[in-house]
Design a protein around this ligand. Structure first.
Ligand code: CP
Length: 321
């Protein structure tokens, strides 16, 4: 049984294997015939309890490029709205012969629960759980950074300085990135308003700053995060003006970045809040490229989990609290 739940489960060799395999998958994506027969006859279910544009569609494209049979399940319009539990949903999918389940869920730990259960026998891939983890997002981000900052198969991001800015408190993208980037040797700095820094961040393998202007000139990549209003009490919403003044990336701030530095955002973005439109659409922005790279990463993950006869990744370990 093999799963991808957390970037904490990946060794450096695991991560490099996924990144290198994704480079090969990117070659497939440029061919006239984009399909590989690897997952022919396998059924992959995309089980989404939370909204998604990028992750859901890119998993579907990846699955189809590997010739899998794809089933898209959305909680909206399903029997979940009648009170059906995760267990009964999983048992139903198992009865229909799911070989893998890609799950996005609002509850942190839901994919881990599924992976540890005997409700499903197939692989579980975490497509984002609550504020916990979004491992394929971090992998596609590392893939994008590696292409721009340290090209070459088999190479990590040793010494590269990555700044992650914004609502870290609610960000599964930030958590997955901090763990993976640390494993790949990068130096990560989080910049956030004090109210959006998670409790216990001192134990994370990264630095924390409250001064974006001081950190930008020392950054090889800056990753802007969305303020996740849907996970906040309305009383704590920062106003757009006060937030963007201190933590938004506008043209004046971006000018302080080194010439080679890239600007990233996992999406969805709120233009004018955490990032100005002219920067999101600028030459140094990799936002659209990140989406394209997501297909290659998800092809690589599914190929490595389901495609070979032997386990290619280390067995999943329980995620740290
Ligand atoms: N980055 C990301 O997870 O986007 P979606 O919520 O659109 O999938």
């Amino acid at each position: 049984k093999r799963h991808l739940i957390s970037t904490a489960d990946l060794t450096r060799d695991d991560a490099l294997l996924i990144l290198d395999t994704a480079e090969e998958m990117a070659q497939v994506s440029t061919r006239a015939v984009k399909k590989l027969p690897t997952l022919r006859g396998r059924t992959v279910v995309n089980l989404f309890f939370e909204d998604s544009t990028r992750t859901r569609t890119s998993f579907e494209v990846a699955e189809k490029r590997l010739s899998a049979d794809v089933v898209n399940f959305s909680a909206k319009g399903s029997s979940v709205s009648k009170g059906e539990t995760l267990k009964d949903t999983a048992l139903t999918l198992q009865a229909m012969g799911a070989d893998a389940v890609v799950i996005r869920h609002g509850a942190s730990g839901a994919p881990q629960r599924l992976a540890e259960s005997d409700w499903l026998h197939g692989s579980v891939v975490n497509a984002g759980d609550g504020t916990h983890e979004h491992p394929t997002q971090a992998l596609l981000d590392a893939f994008t950074m590696r292409r721009h900052l340290n090209p070459g198969l088999g190479r990590d991001l040793a010494g590269r300085r990555i700044t992650i800015v914004g609502d870290v408190l609610h960000s599964r993208v930030a958590r997955s990135n901090v763990r993976l980037l640390h494993t790949l040797g990068a130096e990560v700095t989080l910049v956030a308003p004090p109210t959006l820094v998670p409790y216990g961040v001192e134990s994370w393998p990264c630095a924390v700053s409250y001064d974006l202007d001081a950190v930008l000139p020392k950054s090889d990549a800056v990753m802007m995060l969305r303020v996740q209003r849907e996970r906040m009490n309305a009383a704590f919403f920062p106003t757009q003006r006060e937030y963007s003044l201190r933590y938004g990336l506008d043209a004046k701030r971006a000018a302080a970045l080194p010439d080679h530095a890239i600007v990233m955002h996992p999406g969805p973005m709120v233009r004018g809040m955490e990032i100005a439109s002219e920067i999101a659409d600028s030459a140094r922005s990799t936002i659209v490229e990140q989406v394209a790279n997501g297909v290659s990463i998800r092809m690589a993950v599914l190929y490595l989990l389901l495609g070979g006869s032997e386990p290619a990744l280390s067995p999943a370990r329980p995620s740290p609290a």
